[in-house]
Design a protein around this ligand. Structure first.
Ligand SMILES: Nc1ncnc2c1ncn2[C@@H]1O[C@H](COP(=O)(O)OP(=O)(O)OP(=O)(O)O)[C@@H](O)[C@H]1O
Ligand SMILES: [Mg+2]
Length: 151
């Protein structure tokens, strides 16, 4: 008896999920529960795509008890969990890659921690290749988000 493997999802949908906000939060919490540090998670997507929402859920699942807020102005927020420290970074306001040095980017990368980065493309070539990339996309109607995982 041979199992047939001809039934695969349509190419456009492979690796993609489309989730409402409660589902995205639940999915993010499950991801947070299973993450083993050190790990860099990069969250890309337009303004309002849900990066901070997902970061909050990942942190909750990871064991961060504190409320997680957007680090847009501080660049980096640090939290504590049993598994490791968590650094939540938002590079939206980064004024060129040179400023990464000022926010302590290289030190963050060397931490044995969970590092969650919004607007990762702002880091250019200083974003390590080895990371989990999650892209969030608006869906018409704006109640759901498409989630694309890579790495
Ligand atoms: N399915 C969904 N998943 C996530 N957020 C959703 C969803 N549907 C609606 N939303 C709403 O979209 C907004 C997402 O805001 P959030 O701050 O998480 O985005 P962001 O990607 O971090 O934006 P920014 O680039 O400004 O940091 C929230 O107001 C949230 O309630
Ligand atoms: Mg955000």
């Amino acid at each position: 008896m041979h199992a047939h493997r001809h039934v695969v999802p349509p190419r456009a949908d492979r690796g993609r999920l489309t989730l409402g906000e409660p589902e995205l939060r639940e999915w993010g919490q499950e991801l947070g529960r299973t993450i083993v540090p050190p790990l860099l998670v990069s969250l890309s997507g337009d303004l309002g795509a849900g990066k901070t929402t997902l970061a909050q859920a990942i942190c909750a699942g990871y064991g961060v008890a504190e409320e997680v807020t957007s680090p847009t102005y501080a660049f980096v927020h640090r939290y504590f969990a049993d598994k490791s420290d968590v650094f939540h970074v938002d590079l939206y306001r980064l004024d060129g890659e040179a400023q990464l040095t000022n926010i302590g980017w290289d030190d963050l990368l060397s931490e044995k921690a969970l590092l969650i980065v919004e607007w990762p493309e702002r880091a250019g070539e200083r974003l390590p290749a080895d990371h989990l990339h999650i892209a969030l996309e608006h869906v018409p109607g704006d109640q759901e988000r498409r989630v694309l995982l890579a790495g």
